[in-house]
Design a protein around this ligand. Structure first.
Ligand code: ARG
Length: 588
């Protein structure tokens, strides 16, 4: 308590539900000291229906059997005679045994104000002193990023920001695919087909083009294939010319990747490609063999995981080459040793689920991942594009840059119509914020596991659950604040108390007070959509607040309180959107 750095401002603020849960837990335990199940009862959650209060606890129902009492009687025993925490205005037992809790309005407004006043938005710093390694984006050299990499980048960056908000030390590692058998094919393609002008303009696309040409040729031209193999062997044996080419391919690809990351506002702490771990691969296989985990099978070295229904994991191929899984095991080993992370989280599309299950299992067996390090695969479904909506689509690959270009162009067309007076450069800057925000939000607002269909109409809609809608809501709130400043230049609304006279004001303030809990939940569940849902809900509640109540025409005092509440909504919307990587222009 007396640590010198702990000023009152920096003391952690417990989440409202945790505060209530602690109290109710103690009540359950005291009331039924002989029932072990009661000790873990008392979880308080936000109310499903606001009519019944702000929070509720449903645990009396689950104890009926163990206690041989009707749940309502259990709930009554728990609460009768208890001194309520000061923040509780009302506590009621309803239906079969729900415990419904309503908070004191003064507490609600104090919490709402604290969220905006605290630079950390009162988000519990449960990640302080802990490290998480996030492995996301991770495209392959000589291939442009496809839609799977787009989603990995956008979802990964949001999970990244959410963890930083909890105080974690985050190491975002872009595990690029910069090693593998494709390099022999690329070297041949590059030597014979590369166009210098195209290489300068869009290097990754050009490398992919020559790769595809060379790959096709190798299919029906035996001699070509042999040359590709020979080039690969030379590269692997350290031939200086091929090493130089390989390095150049990585450099060129990174130029293009970086351009995309800059547009998306994404930054990595590490870019350690697969090649970083090459020297460790033989050792990994050696350890697996020494531990009796790996065995020979048809000339290859495998770890048999059929006992856990995961098939076999090949760690060394017949030709002596190592696999994707071998690299991933070596990568875990390196990350655990160097960073001692609490968890390593991978974000990829659903097609890699088996791969992750396999090498996670091997890492556990081999002990490279200790119990203290969780290995987590966050997978998402592939996004679909309805036929014909995306003009530059080629085959199944949707190029990220083209997608962003189109988003910006469409946003620009909308802006030119709504604000024809805006100078060109401002219009373009705004179009970038709206277009990219729309693409990101369209992705993040969906449950990552569902199969989603992307449509421009929905992504760029100004109504409904879209990025532009939320950006627009933010800008409208800012304009209310600006109008107030014009009319009342001498008063500071933020110095006035919040008065929650109307139910919609109270509902709005309660939502604001929930922000820290939502951030924590979204981070720990790796589900940015929980935050997106919350922000949309907040914007809608704000909208009914705005439509229902007078602001500038309200009586003095109430007027200031409402304008202050507006400011808190804007602050929370802005911070929430920024965690999702979405900018909030002051004017749209
Ligand atoms: N480069 C891989 C791909 O494009 C994704 C890598 C994901 N990360 C990992 N450590 N396996 O499919």
């Amino acid at each position: 308590m007396n640590s010198p750095s702990a000023s009152p401002e920096s003391l952690p603020v417990p989440l409202v539900e945790d505060l209530l849960t602690d109290w109710l837990r103690a009540r359950f335990a005291q009331t039924f000291p002989d029932c072990p199940d009661a000790a873990s009862a008392g979880r308080v959650l936000p109310s499903a229906n606001p009519e019944f209060g702000d929070f509720q606890c449903n645990d009396a129902m689950g104890l009926a059997k163990a206690l041989r009492l009707p749940p309502r009687a259990i709930a009554e025993k728990v609460v009768t005679g208890a001194a309520l925490p000061g923040v509780v205005a009302r506590l009621e037992i309803a239906g079969p045994g729900f415990i419904n809790i309503a908070l004191e309005p003064a507490f609600v407004s104090e919490r709402a104000a604290a969220v905006a006043a605290d630079p950390r938005s009162c988000i519990p710093q449960t990640g302080a002193g802990r490290t998480v390694v996030l492995d996301y984006s991770s495209p392959n050299v000589a291939k442009p990023m496809h839609i799977g990499h787009i989603r990995s980048t956008i979802i990964g960056a949001a999970i990244d920001q959410l963890h930083r908000a909890l105080g974690y030390r985050v190491l975002a590692d872009n595990h690029i695919g910069d090693w593998g058998t494709q390099f022999g094919i690329i070297i041949m393609g590059y030597r014979h087909f590369a166009d210098p002008a195209k290489l300068a303009e869009a290097p990754a696309s050009e490398l992919e083009r020559v790769y595809v040409l060379s790959y096709k040729r190798a299919k029906d031209d035996e001699a070509w294939m042999d040359q590709c193999r020979a080039e690969l062997v030379k590269l692997q044996q350290g031939d200086s010319e091929n090493r130089a080419l390989w390095k150049e391919f990585i450099r060129l690809s990174l130029v293009e990747f970086e351009r995309v990351y800059a547009r998306l506002g994404v930054r990595f702490d590490l870019v350690r490609g697969e090649s970083f771990y090459q020297d460790a691969l033989a050792g990994v296989v050696g350890r697996l063999e020494a531990a009796g985990l790996a065995k020979e099978s048809e000339g290859a070295t495998i770890v048999d995981l059929s006992a856990e229904d995961l098939g076999v994991c090949i760690v060394r191929k017949r030709d002596g080459g190592f696999n994707y899984a071998t690299t991933d095991i070596a990568t875990v080993d390196s990350r655990v040793t160097e960073f001692a992370p609490e968890k390593i989280v991978y974000i990829t599309d659903e097609r890699q689920q088996l791969h992750f299950k396999q090498f996670f299992s091997v890492c556990r067996k081999l002990g490279v991942a200790p119990d203290s390090t969780a290995l987590v695969h966050v997978w998402f479904g592939l996004m679909r594009l309805p036929e014909g909506t995306f003009s530059t689509r080629e085959g199944n690959v949707i190029k990220l840059e083209a997608l962003l270009d189109e988003a910006e162009a469409r946003a620009l067309a909308i802006i030119r119509e709504s604000r024809p007076d805006l100078p060109e450069s401002d219009a373009r800057a705004l179009a970038a914020q709206i277009g990219i925000g729309a693409v990101k939000y369209a992705d993040l607002s969906q449950d990552p596991r569902t199969l989603i269909t992307f449509t421009w109409e929905k992504a760029l809609a100004l109504e409904g659950n879209s990025g532009p809608y939320l950006q627009y809501a933010y800008a409208r709130i800012s304009s209310v604040r600006a109008k107030y400043r014009e009319q009342f230049p001498d008063t500071d609304p933020d110095a006035h108390p919040l008065v929650l006279g109307d139910p919609v004001e109270r509902a709005l303030a309660l939502k604001l007070a929930m922000f820290p809990a939502v951030v924590q939940k979204a981070a720990l569940a790796y589900r940015p959509c929980l935050l997106a849902d919350y922000l949309y809900d907040l914007a809608q509640t704000y909208s009914s607040f705005y439509q229902r109540l007078p602001f500038l025409k309200a009586e003095a005092g109430v007027r200031e309180s409402r304008v202050r509440l507006c400011g808190i909504v804007a602050e929370v919307l802005g911070r929430g959107l920024s965690l999702l990587g979405i900018n909030t222009p002051e004017r749209i």
